[in-house]
Design a protein around this ligand. Structure first.
Ligand code: IPE
Ligand code: IPE
Ligand code: MG
Ligand code: MG
Ligand code: MG
Length: 316
């Protein structure tokens, strides 16, 4: 049987070692900035996105080590998104990955700048590591997933849909960030989740496939990308459904971040809209779809299949 736990541990230690090396090369950068970047980047996150990049590479029949620079680039983008997500102007959180959030530890200005530097460094890593066609393909996919029509756009929508609550601050949001007068709907919810979370998962698998290219000039096989896109779309939604469920059901000790916050912020979430059981049902339906999308890939997709099952019952 495929041992997902040891697979994830292996990828995590390879990725952490590579991230450490990359940061050591940042000569000439202010020490405090590098310290803030390292603090958040090497904090004990799950490294799920790097694992997906490696799994995408394996699905394209190349050794996972080839995907390590791409895996690191995605983790940098993800970490920057978490640093900014936690800022007072956004979700205003004080705990992340079991530690004080970056702005609590280093102040808001340095936290914003550490995020900026990680975002930029991600693209530098791709350009340095891969032949030009692969670097360009990876950069395009990562920019799409992380940018205005992807993660950042999703974050804007997430904030815009916050409802005013006693404890929340949606009432004080600038006018252009307000949609709370519109009825909450499953369509709006899914659209937010697809952008803020799903788009980067899609990029992960696509970067994995691109990094499997090696020196080849021709781009990746379209059918493989289509199957992996469809898988990533369902996977991303399930991931955010379970993130929303953990916010309701789990403890800060388990997740490494404060829980019970989405409702007090008036966020539009799955459990908020469909209830706990409805959310679980939706996750199971999506998992059914995700399994079907990778069925034809056989053994090459075993890690992906195992990660999907793990997602449904995760506690962190
Ligand atoms: C949290 O992501 C942010 C969301 C997209 C919901 P993770 O749960 O993957 O966070 P880490 O990387 O393990 O800290
Ligand atoms: C954040 O979603 C998604 C990002 C792009 C960072 P959440 O706001 O739900 O993530 P957590 O729960 O704070 O990790
Ligand atoms: Mg948020
Ligand atoms: Mg948040
Ligand atoms: Mg959340």
């Amino acid at each position: 049987m495929f041992d997902l736990a040891s697979y994830l541990r292996r990828i995590q230690s390879l990725v952490d070692a590579r991230l450490e090396q990359i940061l050591e090369r940042e000569h000439g950068a202010p020490q405090a900035l590098v310290e803030a970047m390292r603090y958040s980047l090497l904090a004990p996150g799950k490294r799920l996105r790097p694992a997906l990049v490696c799994m995408g590479c394996a699905a394209a029949a190349a050794p996972e080590e080839q995907a390590l620079p791409a895996a690191c680039a995605v983790e940098m983008i993800h970490t920057y998104s978490l640093i900014h997500d936690d800022l007072p102007a956004m979700d205003d959180d004080d705990l992340r990955r079991g530690l004080p959030t970056c702005h609590k530890k280093f102040g808001e200005a340095l936290a914003i700048l550490a995020g900026d530097a990680l975002l930029t460094l991600a693209f530098q890593v791709l350009a340095e590591a891969y032949p030009s066609a692969t670097a360009a393909g990876c950069s395009l996919e990562l920019a799409r997933g992380a940018g205005a029509a992807g993660m950042v756009g999703g974050q804007v929508e997430d904030l815009a849909w916050e409802r005013d609550t006693d404890a929340g601050r949606a009432g004080s949001r600038e006018k252009f960030l307000l949609r709370s007068d519109q009825p909450h709907s499953a369509e709006a919810l899914e659209q937010i989740h697809r952008m803020k979370t799903g788009a980067l998962f899609r990029s992960c698998l696509r970067l994995g496939v691109w990094s499997a290219q090696g020196e080849r000039e021709a781009g990746p096989e379209a059918r493989l990308l289509d199957d992996l896109d469809a898988f990533a779309s369902a996977f991303g939604l399930i991931f955010q459904i379970t993130d929303d469920l953990l916010d309701v059901e789990a403890s800060a000790e388990e997740t490494g971040k404060r829980t019970g916050k989405d409702a007090s912020r008036g966020k539009l979430t799955y459990p908020g809209l469909l209830g706990i059981d409805g959310s679980r049902l939706r996750a199971r339906e999506l998992a059914e779809q995700a399994r079907a999308h990778i069925a034809r890939l056989g053994d090459a997709a075993r890690p992906l299949a195992a990660l999907l099952e793990h997602l449904l019952t995760r506690r962190r």
